[in-house]
Design a protein around this ligand. Structure first.
Ligand code: SAM
Length: 222
């Protein structure tokens, strides 16, 4: 089945998404980065969601080689900003090269370090709230990242968390996989947090079976 899913992704890329962003994927492979970027159809979805939200300021946690960053940077347009947080200096260097080559480097601020260490600086420097937060780093910290996202956004902002379905393992309440446990903790947080309204959407494709959480920050109760 996974081959069919990959074939459909290829068809969608060929007919609809185009090859935008693929130089970054080739450069990532050349530099030996793991192929754990979002797929091209998912990258395009991020771009569309950011544009739907009218996002001009985006926070991304987990840059890798900047593939998803590029889609988001295209969405914010001229004068927009993507702040993206990456633990590995080597990944950040490749991302910087990719984003500059793509012509969107001036819109992207890459901060290197463990996100929980760099987020306080992001908060200090933020002159305005972020319109969209995309969380795609170490999954065990997803709930911490959502708590940070809540501090850095405004009513109406969007928070997206990738890879929360984990091939269906998310339903296994006995799982001792830390990533599965973190997904369950995250989804429980999204359910319990009154300032968020959220869903989880399952996805299949070249990256297998997974899914993302999509949340909107609620305005004050009326
Ligand atoms: N969003 C990227 C894309 O789709 O092109 C893929 C990101 S990849 C799944 C996860 C990235 O998060 C890796 O580059 C990894 O080094 C980084 N990472 C892992 N732990 C981190 C942490 N504590 N703080 C910041 N980045 C981290």
């Amino acid at each position: 089945m996974t081959n069919t899913w990959a074939d459909v992704d290829s068809y969608v890329v060929d007919t609809l998404v185009g090859t935008e962003g693929s130089p970054a994927l080739a450069a990532n492979a050349e530099a030996g980065l793991p192929a754990i970027d979002v797929s091209p159809p998912q990258g395009k979805l991020l771009n569309l969601l950011a544009r739907t939200a009218g996002a001009r300021r985006v926070l991304e946690i987990g840059t890798l080689g900047g593939y998803s960053t590029e889609w988001l940077a295209r969405a914010v347009g001229d004068g927009g900003l993507v702040v993206t947080l990456e633990f590995e200096p080597r990944h950040a260097k490749v991302a910087r090269e990719n984003l500059d080559r793509a012509g969107v480097g001036a819109r992207v601020d890459i901060r290197v370090g463990a996100a929980l260490d760099t987020l306080p600086g992001v908060a200090e420097d933020a002159t305005e709230p972020f319109d969209l937060v995309f969380i795609d780093a170490d999954k065990v910290n997803n709930s911490n990242y959502v708590q940070w996202a809540l501090r850095l956004t405004r009513p109406g902002s969007v928070i997206i968390v990738d890879n929360v379905v984990r091939g269906g393992a998310v339903v296994d309440e006995q799982s001792d996989d830390p990533n599965v446990r973190a997904s369950r903790e995250l989804i429980e947080l999204l359910a319990a947090e009154p300032s968020l309204d959220a869903t989880v959407v399952q996805t299949v494709g070249a990256k297998g079976w997974d899914g993302f959480a999509y949340a909107i920050v609620n305005g004050p109760a009326s």
